[in-house]
Design a protein around this ligand. Sequence first.
Ligand SMILES: Cc1cc2nc3c(=O)[nH]c(=O)nc-3n(C[C@H](O)[C@H](O)[C@H](O)COP(=O)(O)O)c2cc1C
Length: 181
Amino acid sequence: MKALIICGSRKDGFTAEMCRSFSEGLRIHGISSEIFFPIDMHIHHCTGCGLCSGDAGCGIPDDMDLIFNAFGESGLVILATPIRFSGPSSAIKTVIDRFQPVWFGKAGHPHYAAALLVGGSPDPCFANTISIFKAFSATAGMKWLGHLEVQDADVKKVSDVSLPSFDYGNDLGSLLTGNRI
Ligand SMILES: Cc1cc2nc3c(=O)[nH]c(=O)nc-3n(C[C@H](O)[C@H](O)[C@H](O)COP(=O)(O)O)c2cc1C
């Protein structure tokens, strides 16, 4: 099985470290990961043009094709985001909106979805983001496996999120492969 990890933040922050450590946890179960950073890619907003209701898929020619391809080839998708104004980052929400072809049943999809979330405050509102991610997961026909949340990042070091993220990757890897490591 392969995992697609979509990181809704920059490469040197908390979210990226969660993605990298999580992928290491999966790797010990033989699950390889590809991490995408939409912030560094050319991905336009969904305009709601409706072209994806036809057989040609999304009509916007940009880097989203790379994510569409990985989505179709992966067994697990991980949605990773910092909390921004009590919701997901605009980077990951833009990617989710571009998955409108799955609404029309026009795209292959992973069997499973899960999330990595980090907020700066002691009590971030994770619920809004989980609700959006679960709605996407259900729309695509994926089974929701759960999420890891880290709070208080504003008083933590990036390295503090490594171990819990690795452990979560190990846990999901065990669940998906049946191997307890
Ligand atoms: C625009 C913006 C909005 C934010 N809103 C929230 C928020 O609503 N709740 C919260 O707990 N943290 C909030 N934060 C803090 C981030 O969630 C926190 O710094 C997080 O660790 C950033 O992850 P990163 O290093 O991967 O970017 C916000 C940060 C930014 C830049």
